[in-house]
Design a protein around this ligand. Structure first.
Ligand code: SF4
Length: 191
């Protein structure tokens, strides 16, 4: 896991280098959190999820319980086809896990104010981001991908977490949840 975490950081850094020129025209500023509200596609891998899970475990009460309650609410809303504010977005519209935010958040920027619409991103950056997603999934070869609330829900289950951390791969253990929640098996994603 240590090696994978290190490699994940390298992939994040490489992406930032690759899109640096494009991001120069981004209009995003701290406190603009359009992409964190009505969160639809904040999908993460289990590798990114375990890093977030470990961070949440270090939070003091009542913050830890508040985050867990928000994640449970996100999961329920998503299951009911509704979008919701990210559990990690603070009242001042900054991210409580900014330093370890998943790639879905890192890849987002916009060259136009979103004002409720989707971000406007360079096509080349979009392609580079899609390639990076595949590399992260490849790195997390015994893991899964899905909405942040679903992956963190799975990782909160001790049996699943221990199995994953031991490098084991038993998708049949989460087959029902996986199928009903659109969870992807990383090693099955076409390259
Ligand atoms: S993890 Fe942070 S950056 Fe990503 S959607 Fe949530 S609040 Fe926004």
């Amino acid at each position: 896991m240590k090696r994978k975490r290190k490699k994940l950081k390298e992939l994040y850094s490489q992406y930032e280098k690759d899109v640096a020129e494009f991001k120069k025209s981004a209009v995003c500023v701290k406190g603009c959190a359009d992409c964190c509200i009505d969160v639809g596609n904040i999908d993460i891998t289990t590798l990114e999820g375990i890093i977030i899970h470990d961070r949440v475990a270090t939070f003091e009460e009542p913050l830890k319980s508040e985050i867990k309650a928000m994640l449970a609410k996100n999961k329920m809303e998503r299951e009911n086809g509704r979008l919701s504010r990210c559990a990690f977005l603070k009242a001042d519209k900054t991210c409580i896990i900014y330093d370890i935010r998943p790639f879905s958040c890192r890849r987002l920027y916009s060259v136009k104010k979103c004002d409720g619409a989707s971000p406007t991103i360079h096509r080349q950056a979009l392609n580079l981001a899609n390639q990076t997603v595949k590399k992260i999934q490849q790195l997390d070869f015994n893991g899964y991908s899905g909405h942040i609330s679903y992956i963190l829900y799975l990782l909160d289950r001790e049996e699943f977490r221990k199995l994953y951390l031991r490098g084991k791969f038993k998708p049949q253990k989460i087959a029902d949840f996986g199928q009903s929640h659109g969870i992807l098996i990383n090693r099955s994603v076409p390259r």
